[in-house]
Design a binder for this molecule. Sequence first.
Ligand SMILES: Nc1ncnc2c1ncn2[C@@H]1O[C@H](COP(=O)(O)OS(=O)(=O)O)[C@@H](OP(=O)(O)O)[C@H]1O
Length: 204
Amino acid sequence: MPRTLEGQITMEKTPSYFVTREAPARISAMSKDTKLIVVVRDPVTRAISDYTQTLSKRPDIPTFESLTFRNRTAGLIDTSWSAIQIGIYAKHLEHWLRHFPLGQMLFVSGERLISDPAGELGRVQDFLGLKRIITDKHFYFNKTKGFPCLKKAEGSSRPHCLGKTKGRTHPAIDGEVVRRLRDFYRPFNRKFYQMTGHDFGWDG
Ligand SMILES: Nc1ncnc2c1ncn2[C@@H]1O[C@H](COP(=O)(O)OS(=O)(=O)O)[C@@H](OP(=O)(O)O)[C@H]1O
């Protein structure tokens, strides 16, 4: 990590930290005061998004439906598949809470980041003790992209959307498989809502 000077905040983003067993102890050993921000979205959509990303790199992989189950007839979900395992947020959070108080963590809703980016970024700025500089004025909804974009990119006067790898079209997944996955995640989601004190609304 670079040295942080007076008046600066150093930020580091790596999606895999949240699910890496060694990460909480290592980060705590580096600095106990580190603030942690985690973006979470409905674990079922997250799994499909994860699969879509892998599929774009390796089009020959098996279907989502076949990777989901260890035994489809018995309805046994393959929790060793990373796309499924990562979405068990309550389990991952347990490890972090052994090293950090909940107040040092902020959970950003991936859904709200799309429907109300300024609102969600308002929470981030408050959490970091920053003035609310980023507001509604900075965003517009880009119909072609189907997502919010920045009116002006940093250091430019032109609009900026995230790249082609963000916001890919997901393949249609068998409804029964989606239902099974919803049933699988429900108790873990409830536990996660309880632990964070926030209902993310993934279970209707
Ligand atoms: N503004 C905006 N524009 C485009 N995409 C947006 C935006 N806000 C959130 N998202 C969602 O970000 C998802 C991709 O982010 P990831 O966390 O998967 O990226 S990363 O590869 O892990 O860094 C991506 O998931 P997919 O839709 O599954 O591609 C988007 O839903």
